[in-house]
Design a protein around this ligand. Sequence first.
Ligand SMILES: NC(=O)c1ccc[n+]([C@@H]2O[C@H](COP(=O)([O-])OP(=O)(O)OC[C@H]3O[C@@H](n4cnc5c(N)ncnc54)[C@H](O)[C@@H]3O)[C@@H](O)[C@H]2O)c1
Length: 354
Amino acid sequence: MRRHEIAVIPGDGIGREVTPAALEVLEAAGRAHGFALDLTEHPWGCDYFVDTGRMMPVDALDVLRGTDAIFLGAVGRPDVPDHISLWGLLIPIRRTFRQYVNLRPIRLWPGIPSPLKDVTPEQVDMVIVRENNEGEYSEIGGRLHHGTEDELAVQESLFTRKGTDRIMDFACELAATRSGRICSATKSNGIIHTMPFWDERFAHATARHPQLQSEQVLIDALAALVVLDPGRFDVIVASNLFGDILSDLAAAVAGSIGIAPSGNLNPEREFPSMFEPIHGSAPDIAGQGIANPIGAIWSGAQMLEHLGEADAAAAVLDAIEQMLAEDGPRTRDLGGTATTADVTTALATRFRNA
Ligand SMILES: NC(=O)c1ccc[n+]([C@@H]2O[C@H](COP(=O)([O-])OP(=O)(O)OC[C@H]3O[C@@H](n4cnc5c(N)ncnc54)[C@H](O)[C@@H]3O)[C@@H](O)[C@H]2O)c1
């Protein structure tokens, strides 16, 4: 039997509810498709921070380095500043393991109502390719004159040619396997150094892929267009900040942030990649057992595909699609009354009965 070694970090809040739910479905898929997941769970996150002063142990990255993949729930707790939870765990993992692609597919599943009227599943099927290692999320900057009238904060964005070209190339290659349409999210009217550079590198990348139909759209107009005309978009390549915001917006267009997955990919496979739903720890619903596990389960399907288990990954997506189309259980964010466990059981059972 094939085996895959997975580091599991459930994290905080609903991360601890959707992670076991997703693993139940993935393990059921594994049994049906001839592989097993060797799971090692790590209790890292905000509780760990409150107890130890660190989001994860000093040797955490060495512990993760040898694994085949990392499966994460979410981090964040209201009494721990968000920059501590992000910079103490997620960002070091993404950067140390050169997970420079954040792949965020968005689909309106048949049977799920979109908040947009008259929109069909065929019109909402896009992938946001978010740059994941640099851009606006940088540590360069500082604060001066704390607590005085002269107080100031400076934050620098960082765009390298290497970092920009590799994300553009990844997005172009992905677009070539889909409809051939690619859109770059820019803001080169207002941001006068980094965004014209981003546009230049996009022009270079699309010149290397002349078969693609490419456009660039200012991020503010793009946000409106994703709502008004989602069918126009297939692959969207975006900087770290723009991709982050745009994917929550697009997930809402597709019915719920609770459905959307993400893969933090190291395409060269020098290091493990990490898979996590795009949502956070949702403290407002944590502990109630009502979180939608589909985002975590779909992220798990992305992980299976990355591990070479493409048939099982496709089967997990088919199971989600059929369950939703057959009016199966829905959590509250989708207008239903089902619990996390109801949705998980409905999906896992499909593999047990297969
Ligand atoms: N990758 C991550 O770990 C990550 C990502 C985003 C936010 N966060 C952290 O999470 C905490 C909460 O952030 P937030 O409230 O801005 O975003 P959030 O994604 O946690 O929640 C936003 C809204 O969506 C709902 N929601 C989210 N996931 C859901 C699910 N699976 N099922 C049903 N409803 C769901 C929540 O109930 C909430 O109303 C913060 O500490 C933030 O820093 C972490």
